[in-house]
Design a protein around this ligand. Structure first.
Ligand code: TYM
Length: 343
């Protein structure tokens, strides 16, 4: 049987990148799962703390993200849905894995390197300054590995930007298995499940991915955006001045991104979609993308509006989810403690 695990940070309402890169696939995996498969989805509050968060905004985001997950079709009867911070097993395992993680591996993480690149010594701009970055940011990928391994997950549906973190999870599973050998390996090596729309780009700058942290609100489409907001953001999406539409991610990333989004909405292949627009312009493509996105978002948006105020129901779902999560991870942690000699 498969154990599917994934997570999302409560740093605001998810955008189309989160949705097509990961969340939509969570729902599909849930709906196609066999009864013996386990599905576990976590809202990872501890990861969010690696960047400064306003406590009130974080409280709201935690609850809203849960409402979004339910609104898009995750079903608490079939999937374990919970807040990471309600299960201390994650941090305990993270500590143990930290003690097995070579610092050099963490220094090679591209997310760390890009944070470091923007952190410059005030007196000497040519020097990067680690003292401005917190240690949580550095060991972030180890906590992520702990999230996954605490459930002995076999499959992890995430976007392309998480590939390196998942590779580290496999490395740490392997290091643990070899360091604490017993009759059998404790951890399976978690596999990546990736969607065709693994990387959705910014609507304003197609050289970067769509992200929650970009200061430009128009660079991302949120799952709860109104129809007019969706239309406006897609109409103003940056493309190119070449006539006709082709799917060419290398040379025409903006147009390719729109085709990827349209393909994700209709469940087609992006190049097949492109063929239909060969002699049309970007305007026609954008109008159809806006319609298709609206079609996908309108159900979840209405459901979200219904759920967001039902705090008692949401808190109940989270509480039950956490209980089920702790049952599974508690078993793993008992084995981990026994193997490392902490019993
Ligand atoms: P987070 O919260 O940044 O993103 C959640 C999911 O959305 C995907 N994603 C994208 N996919 C395609 N195009 C984009 N522009 C885009 N932006 C985001 C991400 O790949 C992710 O799947 N470190 C993780 C959270 C995490 C986690 C875990 C995931 C913590 N522990 C354990 C899996 C397993 C993160 O920051 O995701």
């Amino acid at each position: 049987p498969r154990v599917i695990f994934s997570g999302i940070q409560p740093t605001g309402i998810p955008h189309l990148g989160n949705f097509f890169g990961a969340l939509l696939n969570w729902v599909k995996l849930q709906n196609d799962a066999r009864p013996e498969d386990k599905l576990i989805f976590s809202i990872v509050g501890w990861h969010a703390l690696t960047l400064p968060q306003d406590p009130q905004a974080l409280r709201t985001a935690r609850r809203e993200i849960l409402a979004v997950l339910l609104a898009i079709g995750l079903d608490p009867r079939r999937s374990v849905i919970f807040h990471q911070d309600a299960n201390p097993d994650h941090t305990e395992l993270a500590w143990i894995l930290n003690c097995l993680t070579p610092v050099g591996k963490l220094r090679r993480m591209t997310t760390w390197k890009s944070k470091l690149a923007t952190s410059r010594n005030a007196n000497d701009e040519s020097e990067v300054d680690e003292s401005l970055l917190n240690a949580g940011l550095f060991t972030y990928p180890v906590l992520q590995a702990a999230d996954i391994l605490a459930y002995k997950a076999t499959h992890v549906p995430v976007g392309e930007d998480q590939e390196q973190h998942l590779e580290l999870s496999r490395d740490l599973a392997d290091i643990f298995n070899r360091t604490f050998k017993a009759r059998s390996s404790l951890f399976p090596l978690p596999q990546h499940i990736i969607t065709p729309s693994r990387r959705i780009l910014s609507m304003r700058d197609p050289s970067s991915k769509m992200s929650k942290s970009s200061p430009d609100q128009n660079s991302r489409i949120l799952l709860t955006d109104s129809m007019s907001a969706v239309q406006k953001k897609i109409r103003s999406a940056v493309t190119d001045s070449i006539t006709g539409v082709t799917y060419d991610p290398q040379n025409r990333p903006g147009a390719a991104n729109l085709l990827t989004i349209l393909a994700a909405c209709t469940g087609e292949d992006a190049s097949a979609v492109a063929a239909r627009y060969a002699d049309k312009g970007h305007g026609a493509l954008k109008a159809d993308v806006a319609d298709a996105v609206e079609e996908v978002l309108k159900g979840p948006r209405a459901e979200f509006e219904k759920l967001r105020g039902q705090t008692e129901y949401l808190d109940g779902v989270a509480r039950q989810g956490a209980e089920r999560a702790r049952e599974i991870s508690g078993e793993t942690l008992r084995e981990v403690r026994a193997r490392v000699g902490l019993v």
